[in-house]
Write a protein of this length. Structure first.
Length: 113
């Protein structure tokens, strides 16, 4: 199993940037597909971005070109660089280990003037 801890959320003005981090414990992190998801109030949790063990990436249409997912296997870390943030990006952001189907506790991202 794995434990995941997100950090880096906060309140940012529209057009601003944030970098989320996900720290993973456990073995074989480098071999697992990892994902960032988000859930806005009253909405379903949705996939934001996913990164494979070879750093192959996939993005939701709504964030492609603005967000960048990355990982540092030596540190068991995953990141989400979010630029050109919009109010509709407001949500709780979660990281997920797709192999173990384990979730972190989430970090709140609020985009507001």
């Amino acid at each position: 199993q794995v434990q995941l801890v997100e950090s880096g959320g906060g309140l940012v003005q529209p057009g601003g940037s944030l970098r989320l981090s996900c720290a993973a414990s456990g073995s074989f992190f480098s071999q697992h597909v990892m994902g960032w998801y988000r859930q806005a109030p009253g909405k379903e949790r949705e996939l934001v971005a996913r990164i494979g063990s070879y750093a192959d990436t996939d993005y939701a249409d709504s964030v492609r070109g603005r967000f960048t997912i990355s990982r540092d296997n030596a540190k068991n870390m995953m990141y989400l660089q979010m630029n050109s943030l919009k109010p509709e990006d407001t949500a709780v952001y979660y990281c997920k280990d797709e192999h173990w189907e384990s979730w972190g506790q989430g970090t709140q991202v609020t985009i507001s003037a």
